[in-house]
Design a protein around this ligand. Structure first.
Ligand SMILES: Nc1nc2c(c(=O)[nH]1)N[C@@H](CN(C=O)c1ccc(C(=O)N[C@@H](CCC(=O)O)C(=O)O)cc1)CN2
Length: 291
C-alpha cells in the first residue's frame, strides 16, 4: 500500500476560491478587508513568509500592508506600532511575524494586539475561547491541519490523535482543536520516553518537533494519517519535513508532503481569519460564505 497524498496546495486553492466570494460580498457592502503584517529584522525565512502573505492577500482582493522594522527596534516602538494598527480603521487583521529578536517579549506584543484583530489567534482571549470551545479566531497552522484532515472525509470523532511537539503556536493548540472535535489526544515532546510506543497507537499523527526526517515507518501504525508540520533543510539544503516521507509513505494511509502540505494552509487560514475579523468588526455577520 502507498499512502494517499493530502495535497495542501490544492486544498488551499479551493478554500481561497470560496474566500474570494466572501471578500466580494464584503466589498459590495463597502468594506475592504485589510491585513497588516509587521516584520522585525532580517530573518530570510520570515521575509519569505511575509511576502507570501502579502501576495495572497492581494490575489484575494484584500488590502495588505507590510510594516518593516529594524532588528534593533525597541520593544516600546514595536508596541506603539501595534497600538496604532489597533486604531486603524483600514486594518481588520494584525500579525507580527515570529520569531522576534531576543530583546522583545513576544508575550507582550501578542497581548497588545486587539483580540478582535488577532488573526494569528495567539492572544490569550482567543486561546481561552478556543479552549472552552467558543467561536474565536483560531491559530492558522492548527486550523489548517484540521481542514486537511476534513478534506480526507475521515471522521475525527473517537480517533486517537498523537501530537509530537508542544509549542504555543502549533503543538498545544492543535491538540486542543482535535479535542474539541471529540478525538482522544495524547501530547508527546522531546522529553517523552518510548516515543514509538505512543506514536504507533496514533490514528492521526501530527509531527511538529523541528528535527529533519526524525519520524520513520517504525513510528507509524499501518494506515495512519500523518501530518508533517516540519520545515527543515536536509543535508543537501533541500526543504524537508520532520517525517521521512519516502520511508513512511508505504505504511501510512494518508500523508502530507513538505513543501505543499501544511505550509500553504497556514497562509490560507490567515486569509480566512482576516475575512472573519473584517466581517465581525464591521458587524456584518450575514456573509454567504461559512466562516
Ligand atoms: N506570526 C506568525 N509567525 C509564524 C507563524 C505564524 O503562523 N504566525 N508560522 C511560522 C511560519 N509561517 C507563517 O508565518 C509559514 C511557514 C511556512 C509556510 C509555507 O507555505 N511553506 C511552504 C514552503 C516555503 C518555502 O519554500 O520555503 C510549504 O510548506 O509548501 C507558510 C507560512 C513561523 N512564524
Amino acid at each position: 500500500m502507498v499512502a494517499a497524498l493530502i495535497n495542501g496546495k490544492e486544498i488551499s486553492l479551493s478554500i481561497r476560491e470560496e474566500l474570494k466570494l466572501g471578500v466580494t460580498e464584503l466589498k459590495n457592502q463597502g468594506v475592504i478587508p485589510g491585513l497588516a503584517v509587521v516584520l522585525v529584522g532580517n530573518n530570510s525565512a520570515s521575509r519569505t513568509y511575509v511576502n507570501s502573505k502579502h501576495k495572497a492577500c492581494n490575489e484575494l482582493g484584500m488590502y495588505s500592508e507590510v510594516i518593516e522594522l529594524a532588528e534593533a527596534v525597541s520593544e516600546d516602538e514595536l508596541l506603539s506600532v501595534v497600538r496604532k494598527l489597533n486604531n486603524d480603521d483600514k486594518i481588520h487583521g494584525i500579525l507580527v511575524q515570529l520569531p522576534l529578536p531576543a530583546h522583545i517579549s513576544e508575550k507582550k506584543v501578542i497581548e497588545t494586539i486587539s483580540p478582535l484583530k488577532d488573526v494569528d489567534g495567539f492572544h490569550p482571549i482567543n486561546i481561552g475561547r478556543m479552549m472552552t470551545n467558543q467561536d474565536s479566531l483560531l491559530p492558522c497552522t492548527p486550523f489548517g491541519i484540521l481542514k486537511l484532515i476534513e478534506a480526507t472525509n475521515i471522521p475525527i470523532s473517537g480517533k486517537h490523535v498523537v501530537v509530537i511537539g508542544r509549542s504555543n503556536i502549533v503543538g498545544k493548540p492543535v491538540g486542543q482543536l482535535f479535542l474539541n472535535e471529540n478525538a482522544t489526544v495524547t501530547y508527546t515532546h522531546s522529553r517523552t520516553t518510548d516515543l514509538k510506543r505512543i506514536t504507533k497507537q496514533a490514528d492521526i499523527l501530527i509531527v511538529a518537533i523541528g528535527v529533519a526526517k526524525l519520524i520513520t515507518s517504525d513510528y507509524i501504525k499501518e494506515g495512519a494519517i500523518v501530518i508533517d508540520v516540519g520545515m527543515n533543510r536536509d543535508e543537501n539544503g533541500k526543504l524537508c519535513g520532520d517525517v521521512d516521507f519516502e520511508n513512511v509513505k508505504s505504511v501510512a494511509g494518508h500523508i502530507t508532503p513538505v513543501p505543499g502540505g501544511v505550509g500553504p494552509m497556514t497562509i490560507t487560514m490567515l486569509l480566512h481569519n482576516t475575512l472573519k475579523a473584517a466581517s465581525q468588526i464591521e458587524n456584518k455577520s450575514n456573509l454567504g460564505v461559512k466562516l
